[in-house]
Design a protein around this ligand. Structure first.
Ligand code: GLY
Length: 442
């Protein structure tokens, strides 16, 4: 009966808590959260509220509760060195140290690492610490992407054609970013279809999990501002209908080589999740970015499908013996739809912005699974925050059945909320397939 510490308070961590508690080892869960997630709290023996920027508070909570190992959900505690502090206290963790978490916390670090170790997948790119040379490089590329070098919650990446039109506008944005941030990356924009490949890694072995496609844009038809992710789907064959087997193998191979490069570069094995945001292009699979954790919403697609005991997986990651474990997932389709406040992602002066802080009612979600994200549980009920509120997941033999289960679940949430109806529809998926056919000239 191991005592396990979970750090994090989102829907991703609710799905992680559920996976931990399904273990045959009958663990006791101790949860450290920056805000009270009622779903995680209901699964926990004890909870503690505190900041992710305070590793000493996390260590104290871990020591008081004789924690065997910790599992870290979000990127903030990783970037703040929580895994390093736990290691100093003799508590192993699933999650990289601060140095290894640069895989996510510094986009420049990862681009330079991939380049230094001759790993395929990088675009043409340059890292700038001042504006010298930016204009020349912008003009060398056909179409560009601009990224501040740091954590941006998935919302800081600026793409030509989506966020700005001309190179002149790109230059103005680069100047603005450099006035607020130490460095930025300018890179070539790829044309293709994106997919999330979340790999488990013990330092030397990586294990791919079912592929997922996330939907960043706020509104149906991929319109509106980028968000943290409005929902996602996965298929029973664990692939994506617009990918060739070689696209997936390339993503896995890039991740294998990056794991090895991280060890060579830092002298330490990476233990945790390497979540690659990849894009299939006419020239094969390219790397958009890595995250040092499970995706949110993507964790909600894959963790409920795990047939292998998640606690056992964590123990093998820590011991460096993932190669000894057969990791299996149910051959099912999943659709996750995030219920968000109507004003989510919209400017503060938008008429719907007031929807955050409103009260919601959650009825019977039927066959769907419900994962709480940013909700505030008060004595008189559940309140929205300004962020994503609840992840609703349908799981079934076919994508359409999974989508209908998620749709029915979403309708049980009453209040000033919104969601994307098109996630998991045949029409949206056909659009992706047609896009890839056109790119590949098939
Ligand atoms: N799915 C986006 C993220 O987890 O960053």
């Amino acid at each position: 009966m191991p005592n396990i510490l979970l750090v994090g308070n989102g829907a991703r961590e609710h799905a992680m808590a559920e996976a931990i508690m399904r273990s045959k080892e009958k663990p006791l869960l101790f949860s450290y959260m920056k805000a009270n997630n009622p779903g995680i709290a209901s699964l926990s023996a004890k909870t503690k509220m505190g900041s992710y920027a305070d590793p000493s508070a996390i260590i104290l909570f871990a020591r008081e509760n004789k924690i065997e190992f910790a599992v870290i959900g979000p990127e903030d505690p990783l970037g703040n060195g929580v895994v390093d502090a736990l290691a100093e206290a003799g508590i192993p963790a699933v999650g990289p140290t601060k140095s290894l978490a640069r895989l996510e916390t510094s986009k420049a670090f990862t681009r330079n690492l991939v380049s230094k170790y001759n790993i395929p997948g990088n675009p043409q790119f340059k890292v700038f610490t001042d504006i010298d040379g930016v204009e020349v490089f912008l003009n060398k590329l056909e179409s560009v992407v601009i990224k501040p070098d740091g954590l941006t919650g998935g919302k800081g990446v600026l793409v030509q054609g989506d966020h700005f039109a001309t190179k002149q506008e790109a230059l103005t944005l680069c100047k603005q970013i450099l006035s607020e941030s130490n460095s930025l990356i300018v890179e070539e924009k790829f044309d293709g279809e994106e997919f999330s490949l979340q790999c488990l890694c013990d330092g030397k072995t990586i294990v791919g999990t079912p592929l997922v496609q996330d939907h960043k844009r706020r509104f149906d038809g991929d319109r509106g501002p980028n968000t943290g992710g409005m929902g996602s789907y996965s298929l029973p064959d664990h692939s994506m209908p617009f990918l060739k087997p070689s696209d997936i193998e390339e993503g896995l191979e890039i991740t294998r080589q990056v794991a090895a490069a991280l060890w060579s570069e830092t002298g330490s094995p990476y233990k945790g999740v390497m979540y690659g945001g990849f894009i299939a292009t006419k020239n094969g699979t390219k790397l958009l970015e890595y995250n040092a954790r499970f995706g949110d919403p993507e964790a909600m697609n894959i963790l409920p499908l795990l047939k292998t005991d998640f606690v056992e997986i964590c123990q093998h990651i820590i011991a460096g013996t993932l190669d000894k474990l057969k990791i299996e997932f149910e051959p099912k389709a999943t659709v996750c739809k995030y219920v968000v406040p109507k004003g989510y992602g919209l400017p503060a002066d938008h008429p719907d912005a007031a929807s955050s802080k409103a009260k919601i009612e959650v009825g019977d979600v039927g066959k769907a699974r419900l994962y709480y994200s940013s909700v505030d549980k008060k004595e008189d009920g559940l309140y929205l925050s300004s962020s994503r509120a609840i992840g609703i997941v349908g799981i079934a033999d076919t994508l359409d059945e999974a989508r209908l289960i998620a749709e029915e679940g979403v309708k049980a949430v009453k209040g000033p909320v919104d969601y994307r109806e098109d996630i998991g529809t045949d029409a949206l998926i056909q659009k992706r397939i047609d896009h890839m056919k056109k790119i590949r000239k098939e």
